[in-house]
Each structure stands twice: as C-alpha cells, then as structure tokens.
Design a protein around this ligand. Structure first.
Ligand code: FAD
Length: 470
C-alpha cells in the first residue's frame, strides 16, 4: 500500500491528471502480451520530461517503491508485469522525434515513439532504420532498446543494439547520465550504451536515444520457396549462408502456421506444403538478381517444390505482412498461445526443427514453428489452454526440453524476446552460477535498493516457472 504522502508528492511532480491509482487503471497495466502472468501495480504515472522521470525515481528510491518502466507492453517475457507491485511508468507524453541529422545519419527520439512511426519518418528522408520487430506498429523504441529487439531484416542488418549510438538515462538514484554520442568511434571508458541495451528496465530508465541510420537500399526482391519436407527447408537455410550469401530476410513458416496465417490474412499463401521460406535480398539490382538466382537454385537443389518470386511491391508486402501476423494468426486458434524463441547457430537449424517436432510429439502438445531461420532464431509456438492444468504441465516440460536442446546445440534460451520473469528460471542453464553472479553484481551496483523492475531476469527459484497473480 502506498502512503498518502507518496501519492501527494507524485501529484506534485507530474500533476494529478498524469497519475492513476483507480482499480480499472491498475488492472490495465497488470499484464502484458505474455500469457499466464498477471499482478496488480499500485499506481501509474505518465511523466512529461526527463526531469519528471528523475524526480519520480528519487521519490520511489526514498519510499522503496518498485518502478516498472513500460512502453506498449508487447514483450513476451512478462517483462512489464508488476510482480512486486509498485509504480508503472508510461512514456505516452515522451514520444517525440527530437532530430533527424542528415549529416551524421542519426535520429534522436524520446522512448515512447512507436517504432513504425519513426521508420516512416526516416524513410521520408530516403534513409533506413533496419530493426523491424513484427510488433513495430505498436512497440516503442524504449521497449525495443530494452529488449534488444530483432526483426525480419536482422540477418543482414543486425538488431536494435547495432543501431544505438547514444542514450540519456535516469539511474535508480535519480541521476541523469548521457552515454555515447553521434560518433562512429568512441572508446571513452566502459561501453554503458551497450550495457543498457537489452537491460529490460532493470538498470535505469531510458529517456532519450540517438540511433544510427543508413542509406535506403537501391532495390529489393522477395520470393517464397515451397517445401514438402521441413528439414529440406531448414537445410536450405544453412546452405544459403554456407554459400556466402547474406539475404536481408530468411524466414521460416511451417504448415500449421501457414494455414493459420492464410485463414487470417487471406492473401493466397500455399497451404498444401509442409514449409515455406520467405527470402528477400536488397542492394544494387545486379547483386540482388545474382543472389536471388543463386538462392532459388539452392532451394531447388534441396527439392523445393517451387520458387515463386513476387511480381510487385504490393505482392512482396503481402508476403512480409503474412510473416509478421504469424503470432496473431495462431493466437486466434486457442485460448492460450505460448511463444518461445529458442535460438541456435544457423548451421544447427535443421536439427533444432527436428528436435522441436519430436519433443512436441513426446509430450502430446500442439507446437507450430516459424521464425527468423537465417538468424537461427525459431519461434516454437504452443497453442493450449491455461485452464487445462495437466496440459500446461506438459507444455512447460516440452519447452524446458526445447531450451535444453537449444543450449546443447550451442544456442540460447532467448534470441530476442528477453528473459523477464518468464525465462528467468532457465537463465542459469545458459550462464552458469558464475555468469548469474557477474550479472547480479552489475545489477546491485546500479540498483542497490532493487527498485528498478524487480523480479525480472534473476529467478527466485531456478528450474521452475512461476505463474504470478497478486
Ligand atoms: C505480435 C508480436 C510480435 C512480436 N515480434 C517481435 C519480433 O519480431 N522481434 C522481437 O524482437 N520482438 C518481437 N515481439 C516482442 C516485443 O514486441 C518486443 O520485445 C518490443 O521491443 C517491446 O516493445 P514495447 O514498447 O511493447 O515494450 P514493453 O513490452 O512495454 O517493455 C519491454 C521492456 O522494456 C522495458 N522498458 C520499456 N521502456 C523503457 C524505458 N524507456 N526505459 C527503461 N526500460 C524500458 C520494460 O520494463 C520491459 O522490460 C513481438 C511481440 C508481439 C506481441
């Protein structure tokens, strides 16, 4: 329970109109896009500038109130579920583009800007910001930075981390610091910018970010390769990379995902094949044509049933949209959709796809798989019903085995969705006790009172996922 003094001082900082402690308001922010996790916050605040964020943090530090920074709540690791109550911090007033610098090829934004709005603004200037999470229509840049989000263009262009040049951060004691700059080179001290990317709101609050832009590629081509054999599709992925071609996009969808997407989007996707690869290349016309021909030949060598090149930008866009709506399309089919993002080295993708299917069969659970195959980043997605306790138990066992297999193949428990509460019990499998201790030392030195998004990343009880309801 928050004291009246705390509430009054919060009102003084942001104004009464930017504070909500109604039951309905708190309920809205008690969960995010992650199924199975819900916990009520005590209060919600929407600051208008960095000074107000700093004052709120100082107040929370004084009263030892947990702070949960929240963008659009689309994370899939319960990263914004207020498991220990406290204050949810929204950035709806801090959503502006502050500058597009065409000389230095940078954009400076506030954390609450919607990713796609920012992408459109830079494209109007003939510039390109590649990280494109499928949630970009609703996700915020603050969320993207804190989850180090990837997207369909990650294979060639990298992930959010590769574009963050500078940050303004409010530390857990309320201090405001600036890291990095509009610089191609900067080795002045520890790389705090990189430390904060992917820190899941546990080390501080990002109030401004300067991101790198690149020139828009000259041209782009898109194709679908259709397979009757899942593993042949996966082998084609490894073979394309082994042939020293790095396409912009190399995405995988299995048949159950294809059927769900086609029923949802109705764009004429083939549903009678076992898997498709969505392949894109961009660059100069000569390079694009050469690479597309080579990749089509590789797929056909691996017994692809057909290779279909998109004839227009509209057709290509429909194919990209089909991939982006995969999760939403699957989520319509059952009451609960649990999506994971086990990731392996690209060379192991065929083994991982096979293992996922064997594990699903072993535990009698319904798992569809799609994902950024070129990055080795698969999204095995389980359609289930949280009310069926016995089935959920089997689902948990199946995912634990999938994570184990990913690690055994040299991979990781999460390629882009973060750890949050959901994956915390498995972090030790990846890092070992010593790795966890090193990370905890960083957390404690920044946030000795543990007020910044507590309960995330580090599990209270390893090897056991907890469903929280507070
Ligand atoms: C349909 C769907 C598709 C998706 N596709 C992808 C995909 O292709 N690739 C991918 O990587 N992810 C994907 N995601 C996951 C999710 O969209 C990303 O993690 C996204 O970056 C989260 O952005 P958000 O604004 O919703 O952040 P939130 O979910 O609100 O927050 C994410 C994390 O950032 C922290 N945070 C937010 N803002 C700040 C701030 N200003 N300062 C400090 N901490 C902050 C939060 O505390 C939390 O830990 C998808 C999710 C959905 C639902």
């Amino acid at each position: 329970m928050l004291s009246q003094t705390f509430k009054e001082r919060l009102h003084q900082i942001v104004g009464k109109e930017n504070v909500d402690d109604s039951k309905a308001g708190r309920l809205v922010y008690s969960y995010d896009a992650t199924p199975q996790f819900q916990s009520m916050p005590d209060i919600i605040a929407s600051p208008r500038n960095t000074k107000e964020v700093s004052d709120i943090v100082k107040l929370c530090s004084e009263f030892k109130v947990p702070i949960v920074p929240r963008g659009s709540g689309t994370n899939l690791c319960a990263g914004t579920c207020p498991t220990e109550g406290g204050l949810v911090l929204l950035f709806k007033h801090m959503n502006q583009i502050l500058e597009i610098d065409e000389e230095n090829l940078t954009i400076t934004v506030q954390p609450g800007i919607i990713t796609l709005d920012m992408i459109h603004a830079v494209e109007e200037k003939g510039l390109f910001y590649p990280p494109d999470p499928s949630s970009m229509k609703i996700s915020t840049i603050g969320g993207n930075i804190n989850e180090n989000s990837g997207g369909l263009r990650g294979l060639k262009y990298g992930v959010t981390r590769d574009y963050v040049l500078a940050l303004e951060i409010v530390l857990p004691n309320g201090d405001i610091i600036r890291t990095g700059g509009k610089l191609a080179k900067d080795v002045a001290g520890y790389d705090l910018t990189r430390l904060f990317v992917g820190s899941e709101g546990t080390l501080g609050i990002i109030t401004e970010a300067t991101l790198k832009l690149i020139p828009m590629p000259e041209t782009k081509k898109t194709m679908l390769a259709l397979f009757q054999d899942l593993e042949a599709a996966a082998r084609s992925v490894s073979k394309i990379i082994a042939n020293k071609i790095i396409p912009t996009t190399l995405e995988f969808l299995d048949q159950p995902t294809l059927i769900a997407v086609e029923e949802f989007a109705k764009i004429g996707l083939p549903t009678n094949v076992k898997a498709v690869l969505l392949i894109e290349q961009d660059g100069s016309p000569g390079v694009v044509n050469r690479d597309m021909d080579k990749m089509a030949a590789i797929c056909l060598e691996e017994n692809a049933e057909a290779v279909q090149v998109a004839n227009s930008e509209e057709e290509a866009d429909a194919l990209r949209t089909a991939r982006r709506v995969a999760l939403s399309a699957l989520a319509r089919l059952k009451p609960t959709t649990i999506l994971e993002d086990a990731t392996v080295p690209r060379s192991e993708i065929a083994k991982m796809v096979r293992a996922i299917n064997e594990i699903a069969e072993k535990y009698h659970v319904n798992i569809s798989t799609f994902g950024h195959a070129g990055d080795g980043n698969l999204h095995p997605t389980c359609l289930t019903d949280v009310r069926n306790k016995e089935e959920i138990e089997r689902v948990e066992q199946a995912f634990a085995e999938i994570f184990e297999k990913a690690i055994e193949l040299g991979g990781t428990i999460t390629g882009e969705h973060g750890v949050g509460v959901m994956k915390a019990p498995y972090l030790e499998w990846k890092l070992g006790k010593e790795g966890i201790a090193a990370m905890k030392a960083i957390k404690t030195s920044f946030d000795p009172l543990n007020i910044m998004n507590p309960g995330k990343v580090f599990a209270k009880d390893s090897r056991k996922r907890v469903v929280v309801t507070r």
